[in-house]
Design a protein around this ligand. Structure first.
Ligand code: MEV
Length: 304
């Protein structure tokens, strides 16, 4: 039996803009998907998906998951039937890198079961292949976080640079409970950008400005500034129409309770938002407020 893991992630700056080569900042979170794999009789694969999940997530992603596993097997040159068990403490939901975490975990578990001894670079490439089933043409940011962990500065096609912060910092991630389709969200931005090119060019320049300032602020642990920049990032994500009422509502709830900043995270149109809440006390206050409104709140840390 082979086993492997992949981290969940939170995009702190510039989801969507990253698809167009603008830098983004993301962090793995201290929650993972774990996979176990063993050879078995049969065709293709058998899966036991025991991950905790947002209702309907697994059902809605079943076809993507199937295609993803077939892509991973192909990329790894595995023809035999395999039995896969998925579990771990990362909730399978939209916006938290669940698909990338499962791809990285499965690739690692296959590598282990078949003694392929693949290194992290190779696992990352295979996870990227698997991600295509969920995302179409992903930037690669999710599989990079899922595979390597840590806080990263990421540019599509150029890869990542690790950002060092002194200590891991508390965040809260609020789940709208809406299972979203990242492929659709990305396509929507592409269509609107073609139609309203001038407007979008201005927004994209703003995204670039924000992320360079955010990098400096993160490195110097200036959390007030990081929070302000997250608010600004949310505003431009609203402008490119990838937020939704539920995300905006949870962002407001978090800000009212004292979060340093809050924004949607990931593909949007549902899924998660993230609030920066340094310190256990503030984290608890914001998480409890989100729960009181009837939503799931995840207490996590960035920069692990
Ligand atoms: C999804 O987690 C992030 C997007 O920027 C898509 C991508 O980067 O591939 C929306």
């Amino acid at each position: 039996m082979g086993s492997g893991y992949g981290y969940g992630k939170v995009i702190l700056f510039n989801e969507h803009f990253v698809v167009y080569g603008i830098p983004a900042i993301a962090s793995a979170i201290d929650k993972k998907t774990v996979a176990e794999v063993k050879r078995c009789d049969g065709k293709e694969f058998i899966i036991h998906d025991n991950r905790p999940a947002t209702p309907n997530y697994k059902e809605e992603k079943i076809e993507h998951q199937r295609e993803s596993i077939m892509r991973i097997k192909k990329a790894m040159g595995i023809d035999e039937c395999i039995e896969i068990w998925l579990h771990g403490d990362l909730r399978a939901s939209s916006g938290i890198g669940a698909s990338a975490a499962s791809c990285a975990s499965i690739a690692r578990a296959i590598s282990d079961e078949f003694d392929l001894n693949l290194d992290d670079e190779e696992i990352n490439e295979i996870a990227y292949e698997g991600e295509k089933a969920y995302h179409g043409n992903p930037s690669g940011i999710d599989n990079t976080c899922a595979t390597f962990g840590g806080l990263v500065w990421f540019i599509k096609g150029k890869g990542m640079e690790r950002l060092k912060i002194g200590e891991a910092v508390e965040i809260v991630m609020g789940d709208t409970g809406i299972v979203a389709n990242t492929k659709k969200a990305v396509e929507g931005v592409r269509e609107r950008r073609e139609k309203f090119r001038d407007k979008y060019d201005k927004i994209f320049s703003k995204a670039e400005e924000i992320v360079y300032e955010a990098k400096e602020s993160l490195i110097s642990a200036n959390w007030k500034k990081v929070g302000e920049l997250m608010d600004k990032n949310h505003e431009i994500l609203q402008q490119i129409e990838v937020s939704c009422n539920e995300l905006d509502f949870l962002v407001e709830v978090a800000r009212e309770k004292g979060a340093y900043g809050a924004k949607m995270t990931g593909g949007g149109l549902g899924g998660y938002m993230v609030a920066l809440t340094p310190g256990k006390e503030l984290q608890e206050k914001v998480a409890t407020a989100i729960e009181k409104e009837g939503f799931y709140a995840l207490r996590a840390k960035i920069g692990i």
